[in-house]
Ligand binder design. Sequence first.
Ligand code: GLY
Ligand code: MN
Ligand code: MN
Length: 448
Amino acid sequence: MSFAQHYADHIKHLRALYGSALTETCNACSAILLHSGTDQYYYADDQTVSFRAYGHFTHWLPVNRPNQLVLIVPGDKPVYFQVVPRDFWHEQNITLEDWVAEPFTVYLLESSSEVADQLQCLGLQPSQLAYLGENTHYATAIGIPPAAHNPPALLDRLDYHRAYKTDYEVACIRKANRIALEGHMAARAMFENAGSEYDIHMAYLRACNILEEETPYTNIVALDEKSAILHYQYKRREVAPQSQVLLIDAGCRVNGYCSDITRTSTREHTLSLFSDLVEAMEELEVGLVQRVVPGISYLDIHIAAQQGVTEILLEHGICHGSFDELMQQKISTLFMPHGVGHLLGIQVHDVGGRQINTLGDIKAPPSEYPALRNTRKIEKGQVFTIEPGLYFIPQLLNPERNNSQQPERGKLINWDLVDALIPLGGIRIEDNVLVTASGVENLTRVSI
Ligand code: GLY
Ligand code: MN
Ligand code: MN
């Protein structure tokens, strides 16, 4: 099925969702005005930050432009106020595919200030509206009272439901995976040819046919020791004939929906222990994906990842002692200090990951795993990442060499091996998965 067929159903679903969320949370409101956002400028500069539309706006409309508005009146066809200013400095035209325009009544305006008159023509008072968006000055200017700006109870409902993807959303994420996989193949080939981090990054972008500003997050392209920096943001220019490890974490966007994929590769001359660790982590990651099933908690997958890393540390002689002792001392958190993944959608770390109900109640992660971004029950329709890691991070490991408070921890670590592995950085393997009625579908492990 094409995007077009799925999109009509997606909008139908959103109309019902927004209708009931409005009725349940806001007696005074009879409509919602959703704003894509406004251009932001660097401080004391006339240059804008690369624009990214508000997530709840993108949920309705794949138009990544500032000052676009969607009006949702329950029971009515939604309205898209398409704002195309007169401007000879920039391209302002918006090309809408028919399948995108079809579910909306589209009004073409030159300025977002014209929306006030449009609302009046539609028989709506600004005091009846809830405004969702970042520019509350704009909302005030068109007469929407501050109490109706981003009402928390309404947003709690909408954030919570973002976790459950419609077929349209899954199709977008599926395609974002396929495109990113092309990039990962090109990146790997460049690494094998001794390319620099910069060369690998450019090979990725070219293979995906995207601009840097179109990626869902700053590509992480790390050779050797830099792969132990979880969100390493630079790209070294030097060619790297002796490089041993590439960790690349890079995705794509389709209609605003993200993929988020990490691969760790080695070369023929890579220290064999490290290559063995990569193989073991691949196996662990595939096994974790297979565990995903509706009804369990995402935390269960995270704990299984920490256990799996502990077993790998023992099997490869990086730690000694018993499995139970290592778990009790939380040794694996020194090697995998992040969560096993997060909800994925319009935002790479999608909203609502720690929200356990539509009322906005939060379930914090356990104190030993503070970085875990998803504490929800696993349910059909959710899309999230599974991304175990194993890194040699001097900042975390060095304090354990002579830790007078907890000397027993350092004794469990084989420091000679750790010293040999620190120059090689770390490993992360990351896939994107869809929860089905009875299990899971891996959206990343597909043939392209
Ligand atoms: N790309 C960032 C992450 O994996 O969470
Ligand atoms: Mn991720
Ligand atoms: Mn990632």
